[in-house]
Unconditional design. Sequence first.
Length: 93
Amino acid sequence: MTKLMEWLTGAVLILGPWSAVVTNTIQNEFTKQYYLEILLFPVLLVALFGLASVAIIAYRVYTFNDCKEAAEELQNQIKEAKADLTKKGLKLD
């Protein structure tokens, strides 16, 4: 199953019963008592998803490692490439 199908299945499983309650297809004491909360449930889910996404990104940026060895290796490769291109006749600034 692809990731798209997983997300669509989850959306249908959540939004199907929600839409049935909102359109009053399903009626009982619980849905009458908590109608406003049920109505705002998708907004709450989107807000929680956004907060979780921001928290994950902030954590990963905070714990991002500096790769000094890799930076030095890349700088050396750039110097070698410039020297090779200069030797072949290309003028670099």
